[in-house]
Design a protein around this ligand. Structure first.
Ligand code: SME
Length: 169
C-alpha cells in the first residue's frame, strides 16, 4: 500500500463511511499479507471515527476467536464461540449492536471504560473466519448505519483476500 489515506472526519457518519469505503477498497491488496491488510483497516477506522475507543479483528481458530490486528488498549486474547459479544456474533453468524454493554449478559470487559459495541462476523461459505469488533466510550455509539457500512467493508475484505490461506497458529 503506497497511496495516501485522506479523510475529513468532521462529517456525518454516512459521509465519513462514503469517503472511507473506496479508500479501503484501494488500500486492501491481495498481493500483501492478510495480517497487514487487516491492520491497515483497523487503523483506517480508528483514524476516521472519534467515537471508536477500540477496533480490531478476532480470527477464528477451532471455534475460538484469537486476537488479531487492532488499534486501542491491550485486549483479551482468546474468546470461545458463544462467549461475550464477539463469541455470540460468531456463534449466531450475525452482526450484534450493543447500546449498553452492561446490559449484554456475558459481555467481556477488556476495558472498563467501554460503554457500547458492535461486532460484525466474517463469514466464508457459511463458516466464521473471524469478527470485526468496535468499542466506544459513548453509550449507543453504533447503529444500523454502522452495521450497513461495516458489513460492506467485510464484503470487500472477503472478495479481495483469501482467508482460507491464512493460518494464525
Ligand atoms: N467486549 C468483547 C470482548 C473484546 S473487547 O471488547 C476488545 C466481548 O464481549 O466479546
Amino acid at each position: 500500500m503506497t497511496e495516501e489515506f485522506i479523510i475529513n472526519n468532521v462529517g456525518s457518519d454516512p459521509e465519513i463511511y462514503e469517503q472511507l469505503i473506496p479508500q479501503i477498497d484501494s488500500i486492501v491488496s491481495v498481493e500483501e499479507p492478510i495480517i497487514s491488510n487487516l491492520a491497515n483497516v483497523t487503523a483506517a477506522l480508528k483514524q476516521c471515527f472519534k467515537k471508536i475507543s477500540w477496533v480490531g479483528f478476532y480470527l477464528a481458530v477451532d471455534e475460538k476467536l484469537c486476537l488479531g490486528p487492532f488499534q486501542g488498549n491491550v485486549a483479551c486474547t482468546i474468546i470461545p464461540f458463544g462467549k461475550g459479544v464477539c463469541g455470540t456474533s460468531a456463534l449466531k453468524k450475525e452482526t450484534i449492536i450493543v447500546s449498553d454493554v452492561e446490559k449484554f449478559p456475558g459481555h467481556i470487559a477488556c476495558d472498563s471504560g467501554s460503554k457500547s459495541e458492535i461486532v460484525v462476523p466474517i463469514i466464508l461459505d457459511g463458516n466464521v473466519a473471524g469478527v470485526l469488533d468496535l468499542d466506544s466510550y459513548i453509550y449507543t455509539a453504533f447503529n444500523e448505519t454502522d452495521k450497513f457500512f461495516l458489513e460492506q467493508i467485510i464484503k470487500i475484505l472477503i472478495s479481495k483476500l483469501d482467508f482460507c490461506k491464512f493460518h494464525l497458529t
